[in-house]
Design a protein around this ligand. Structure first.
Ligand code: FES
Length: 76
């Protein structure tokens, strides 16, 4: 759990998601409030999924297109 060197690939249903930016959530790739509890100074990124689709959420936190994987993890 947490930061990993590959995306979290998930079949998402429509709705609002909060991607964990700090890497401390125990419910990856979604925010569980750990950023505030651990005083990380970071905030999740809110995304509205309009229709069901497969999403590659960035797991390495280095993507230039957060919260989505852009392949940067392969260069780390
Ligand atoms: S996991 Fe692919 S860019 Fe972060």
């Amino acid at each position: 759990m947490g930061i990993q060197n590959q995306p979290y690939v998930i079949d998402e249903e429509p709705g609002v998601k909060h991607w964990c930016a700090c890497g401390k959530s125990e419910n990856q790739p979604y925010c569980d409030g750990s950023h505030a509890r651990l005083n990380t100074g970071m905030q999740p990124i809110k995304v509205t999924i309009e229709k069901a689709k497969k999403v590659a959420w960035c797991g390495c936190r280095q993507s230039s297109n957060k919260p989505f994987c852009d392949g940067t993890h392969a260069k780390l």
